[in-house]
Write a protein that binds this ligand. Structure first.
Ligand SMILES: [Zn+2]
Length: 235
């Protein structure tokens, strides 16, 4: 809550003017700049989630979800060893990209829907638009790893990354552990950011935020794997 400096009325933390006397409370944020916001979410996450919550337009949220979907798609291709279904990387990569865009759109609806639902159940207080933007920007580390690490993984292991035949670990153990480890750390970082974003955006304590995020990740992971098995059984 922000008390008004003029009339002392308590205002919502994301209000820019007092609801009673219209006095100035904090700077308006109209638009979010992608690179500035993505950088600041890594550097000063708490302040940046506050800024995202205040922003009138939650710019680039859908773009971030799309890139998150592409990252998720390649992870599924790796985890489910889908390389056997393709002749070369030139067939696999466009398919994974296409599936990733679909997965990104799906995630933007299902993942943020689950998240918003769990948050509301546990006393979360922000709008769906803010839930959506919190998750989108929390995905920044995963998106970074898509651009930084995936190209190196593709160049280092080629199809073996997706066939496990032989397992990429046996080809270059150190590179494999380092690259997959880096991906894992970035995913964990995104989970931590989502938790922090939940504390800031939904005004819940850290324990509730952890429960909300873990329920969301667990449920979405379960649904995603179940759906992927169904789709693969049909194809
Ligand atoms: Zn006032």
């Amino acid at each position: 809550m922000i008390p008004c400096p003029v009339c002392r009325v308590e205002n919502d933390e994301f209000a820019t003017t007092c609801r009673s006397c219209k006095a100035f409370l904090q700077n308006r944020v109209v638009n979010l700049d992608l690179f500035e916001t993505a950088w600041k979410i890594l550097e000063a996450p708490k302040k940046t989630f506050q800024r995202i919550a205040i922003a009138e337009h939650k710019n680039y949220s859908l773009a971030l979800f799309s890139m998150f979907g592409i990252s998720l798609s390649f992870t599924l291709f790796w985890y489910l060893r889908l390389g056997d279904r393709f002749d070369t990387l030139l067939d696999l990569v466009p398919t994974a990209l296409g599936a990733g865009l679909v997965l990104g759109l799906l995630s933007s609806v299902v993942l943020s829907g689950l998240y918003h639902g769990f948050a509301k159940l546990l006393g979360g207080k922000t709008s769906f638009r803010n839930s959506f933007a919190i998750l989108a920007y929390a995905a920044t580390p995963v998106v970074l790893s898509l651009f930084l690490v995936l190209p190196i993984e593709l160049l280092t292991f080629g199809m073996y990354l997706f066939t496990w035949n032989p397992h990429p670990y046996t080809i270059k153990p150190v590179s494999y552990v380092a690259l997959i480890g880096f991906d894992g750390i970035m995913a964990l970082w995104s989970v931590l950011l989502a938790t922090l974003g939940t504390v800031v955006g939904h005004h819940v304590d850290i324990i509730k935020a952890i429960v909300i995020v873990l329920l969301t990740v667990g449920m979405y992971g379960f649904l995603l794997l179940a759906a992927a098995q169904q789709v693969l059984a049909i194809l």
